[in-house]
Write a protein that binds this ligand. Structure first.
Ligand code: HEM
Length: 133
């Protein structure tokens, strides 16, 4: 299975970037008053990308040795991921006002960036590591 590790990681990273890009495009279009972000086809595309993302994640999790997650980066990543999903769902609620939706979209995108930063750094602090010097 280890022989497939580079390919699985590439698929996981590609799906992660597609997922974040699609969320950002949908959220910004919704803020601009467009209707396409709520279309069924777009939602199904989003679910499909996230299924690939999570399948890759589970495969990586089983391939890699547990010691690789010893500093807690994966737990921190999942905490920010849950926050990203929850805030993202809240941002898409139809009854939301424009300002509240904008704040939620920015918060969700910051959580996504932190998920990405934690994954790249293999450290629970993610991008914040840069601030520490
Ligand atoms: C929005 C969601 C996610 C994003 C943006 C994301 C992003 C990334 C990125 C960029 C990498 C490559 C890190 C590197 O360069 O070494 C990675 C690897 C990985 N991710 Fe994710 N990921 C997400 C969700 C998940 C989830 C839900 C899990 C597990 C429950 C997970 C588990 C892993 C594992 C085990 C690796 C392998 C680390 C390595 O090979 O060094 N990811 N992820």
């Amino acid at each position: 299975m280890m022989a497939f590790y580079p390919d699985i990681k590439l698929v996981h990273m590609g799906a992660a970037m597609s997922s974040g890009t699609l969320f950002a495009l949908r959220a910004l279009s919704l803020l601009a008053g467009l209707r396409w972000p709520r279309a069924a086809a777009v939602r199904y595309l989003s679910y499909s990308i996230d299924t690939v993302l999570l399948t890759g994640a589970m495969m990586l999790l089983t391939i890699l040795p547990a010691g690789m997650f010893a500093n807690g980066w994966l737990v921190a990543k999942i905490v920010f991921l849950v926050a990203y999903v929850a805030i993202g769902i809240a941002a898409f609620r139809p009854a939301r006002g424009h300002r509240a939706r904008a704040v939620l979209v920015v918060a969700a995108l910051l959580c996504f960036l932190q998920v990405y930063g934690i994954a790249r750094a293999h450290d629970p602090w993610g991008w914040l590591l840069w601030l520490g010097g």
